[in-house]
Design a protein around this ligand. Structure first.
Ligand code: PHE
Length: 357
């Protein structure tokens, strides 16, 4: 053995620095690290060998060794930082997403002209049918007070009939109860109030629009859906007028081969009331999953205006009578185009949408 344990230190240090320079990945660095600065490393071995020196020489040698250790450790840290930096930019490069690229390459060139969705075009067609029958088209709010959505329609608070509509309540902090309208019937009330205030009775109107119910979507239901309401207030109106309007509409919109029927039902705002059903167009009346094997699809409800409703809006029931109906626009689209599952209307699958351009 040479007289001093640190004789070889310059060469040993050069070797260590060279080894560090040769580390090319973070994984390799983790593997090499114990051999460079760990307990079994040459630096630690030399440290232990200093015990054989006399105190003065040990102090000097210790200081020299410490200096070299710092230098090696600094080189290792610098190498680690360098490797981490390049690993990060590599990840960035790999994960890089050129949004312009994605959008452009998924479009078919030349770009075509878009078109209204199926529900919008169905609403348009329904409006046209009713305009042809002498109705005008009116609009109403989607957010309603309890009065319009329920009370004026003869559904007082805590009335069991409220259970017919799974309602979304809107928390606005007012004393008044506010809801997302569960049907288009509240627009009847707006129209009648306005007609009374302006002295513009009679009314022959349809009112299409969006409605909301706390429903779990299935083949026939969506939580956000569309209805078209109809309202006639005039002199000498009877149930025969209502039945005639429903029948005329069905033939005009669905064609002569689709049957419709009215079945007795209950609605708090009409008396008598009926449900309006047509032959299921998916199975042509055979019974299928869409119509729950009944062969019929309920489009909506209808009936003669209940005297309590006329009274709520200040219309004299001795002079005026009328009827109302309300049915699903989405349902009409579904039946007209034989869409087995209504959820297709909101899934935005381009292959579905393109069929209705
Ligand atoms: N608003 C009722 C519903 O959504 C349908 C209806 C409208 C019934 C008009 C009678 C008269 O269930």
């Amino acid at each position: 053995m040479s007289t001093a344990p640190l004789d070889q230190l310059p060469e040993q240090k050069a070797e260590l620095l060279q080894a560090i320079a040769g580390i090319s990945t973070l994984e390799m660095l983790r593997e090499e690290e114990p051999r460079i600065t760990g307990k079994r490393s040459i630096l630690s071995t030399l440290q232990r060998s200093l015990g054989s020196l006399d105190p003065d020489a040990r102090k000097d040698a210790g200081a020299t060794l410490q200096e070299v250790r710092h230098e090696v450790e600094a080189a290792l840290a610098a190498r680690r930082a360098e490797l981490e930096r390049s690993a990060r930019s590599e990840t960035l490069e790999v994960d890089r997403l050129d949004l312009g690229d994605v959008v452009v390459s998924s479009l078919k060139w030349p770009l075509g002209v878009g078109h209204p969705g199926l529900v919008a075009s169905t609403q348009q067609e329904l409006e046209d049918v009713f305009i042809g029958m002498g109705f005008s088209v009116a609009d109403g709010p989607e957010v309603e007070s309890d009065w319009y959505n329920f009370e004026a329609l003869n559904i007082p608070p805590a009335h069991p009939a409220r259970g017919m509509w799974d309602t979304f309540y809107v928390e606005l902090g007012e004393p008044e109860t506010v809801v997302l309208r569960t049907h288009t019937s509240p627009t009847q009330i707006h129209l009648m109030e306005a007609a009374v205030a302006n002295g513009t009775l009679p009314i022959h109107s349809v009112m299409p629009g969006r409605c909301f119910r706390r429903d779990t979507p299935d083949a026939r239901h969506l939580a956000t859906f569309h209805q078209i309401e109809g309202l006639v207030v005039d002199r000498g109106i009877s149930f025969a007028d209502l039945a005639g309007v429903i029948e005329t509409f069905t033939r005009a919109y669905f064609g002569a081969d689709i049957e419709s029927r009215l079945r007795p039902a209950y609605f708090p705002f009409t008396e008598p009331s009926a449900e309006f059903e047509i032959t299921c167009t998916i199975c042509r009346g055979e019974g299928c999953r869409t119509c729950s094997r009944t062969g019929w699809i309920e489009l909506g409800g209808c009936g003669m205006l209940d005297p309590a409703v006329l009274e709520a809006v200040g219309i004299d029931g001795n002079e005026w009578s009328g009827f109302a109906f309300g049915f699903g626009i989405d349902r009409c689209a579904q039946m007209r185009h034989q869409i087995a599952d209504m959820r297709a209307l909101i899934e935005n699958d381009v292959r579905f949408l393109e069929q209705f351009s």
